[in-house]
Ligand binder design. Structure first.
Ligand code: G3H
Ligand code: 13P
Ligand code: NA
Ligand code: ZN
Length: 328
């Protein structure tokens, strides 16, 4: 059945677990997440970026979600717009059956053009007002994501760096978060706490203190009824890098957010954990492996099935480690 983000995360908060939100843009990724959820009885957040929607076409995604919900009747599914940039993006998502939208009013902000806080409040409040009329949840975002290691804020597209910020500027201010939530009435809030999007988060193995647990804990304490969201939560596992590089890939060595750190974040109040890069890498590793091991192969399914299985296994691991498993 379809449920809203508010319904799902209220349950997660009550029972102290986190929920991975997996980005999807095609059938194989949708099936991988649902298959994983079905094997461990986990509720699901599927999310589509603007890029995903234009890649797959809105109608294709919408009908696919209908099908996934029907194929797995016992799994609660929240369909979420990832990084909506304006009212139109959010409302066309609602029109296509999404039960939750992210209005990311921090998108235009980076180190070069500092956040317009008023703009973020205004546009997010407009989206929340309308979405709540029709029973759709809203996630807002406050802060500039970036690596605490390098001090680099990520560029608007989430790739590369746009400039260097101080430690404080890369963390969401708890008091501003309280003001933001009071004025926008968002159900969930994405915060900057040391993560960044993409595969290249850290250049050295994180030493166990890469996330600002104190900031997470303080925001959670001041906003107990607002569900905290951690973007950029891929772990970029060494094993996935190794598969890609063993079969002809040339990904430079990199480090993501260790799963143990995410588990700590969940204990400090994080409820929604956004993961895209790890799924992409799980699939791509299998594409490369099949292409290398069986160069005569030309049936796409022979590539897509192992890729789907690898993504399913990754998703299942996150459902289990975040405590999502058993809560469908
Ligand atoms: O936050 C961005 C997500 O990883 C989606 O990426 O815009 O390339 O679909 P995308
Ligand atoms: P990753 O790039 O770490 O997977 O983050 C994805 C994300 O935050 C989507 O909104
Ligand atoms: Na931001
Ligand atoms: Zn994100």
């Amino acid at each position: 059945a379809r449920i809203t983000l508010r319904q799902l995360l209220d349950h997660a908060a009550e029972h102290g677990y986190g929920v991975p939100a997996f980005n999807i843009n095609n059938m194989e990724q949708g099936l991988a997440v649902m298959e994983a959820a079905a094997t461990c009885d986990a509720p699901v957040i599927l999310q589509a970026s603007r890029g995903a929607r234009s890649y797959a076409k809105d109608l294709m995604l919408a009908r696919m979600i209908d099908a996934l919900v029907d194929i797995y009747p016992s799994i609660p599914v929240c369909m979420h717009q990832d990084h909506g940039n304006d009212e139109a993006t959010c409302m066309t998502a609602v029109r296509h059956g999404f039960t939750s939208v992210m209005m990311d009013g921090s998108l235009e902000a980076d180190a070069a053009t500092p956040a317009s806080y008023d703009y973020n409040v205004e546009i997010t409040r407009r989206v929340t007002t309308i979405a709540h009329w029709v029973g759709v949840s809203v996630e807002g975002e406050l802060g500039v994501l970036g690596s605490l290691e390098s001090g680099e804020a990520e560029a608007e597209d989430g790739h590369g760096a746009s400039g260097t910020l101080s430690h404080d500027q890369l963390l969401t201010d708890p008091d501003q978060a309280v003001d933001f939530v009071m004025r926008t009435r968002v159900d969930a809030l994405a915060i900057a706490c040391g993560t960044s999007h993409g595969a290249y988060k850290f250049t050295r193995a994180p030493d166990g203190d890469i996330l600002a647990m104190g900031v997470i804990e303080e925001i959670h304490r001041k906003l107990p009824n607002t569900h905290l969201v951690m973007h950029g939560s891929s772990s970029v596992p060494q094993a996935l890098q190794d598969v890609i590089n063993r079969f002809g890939g040339e990904m430079p060595q990199t480090y993501g957010v260790p799963v143990e750190e995410i588990e700590r974040g969940i204990r400090h109040g994080v409820r929604k954990v956004n993961i895209d890069t790890d799924c992409r890498m799980a699939m791509t590793g299998q594409f490369r492996r099949i292409a290398t091991e069986n160069p005569a192969e030309f049936d796409p399914r022979k590539f897509l099935k192992p890729a789907m299985d690898a993504m399913r296994d990754l998703c299942r691991d996150r459902f289990e480690r975040f405590g999502t498993a058993g809560n469908a």
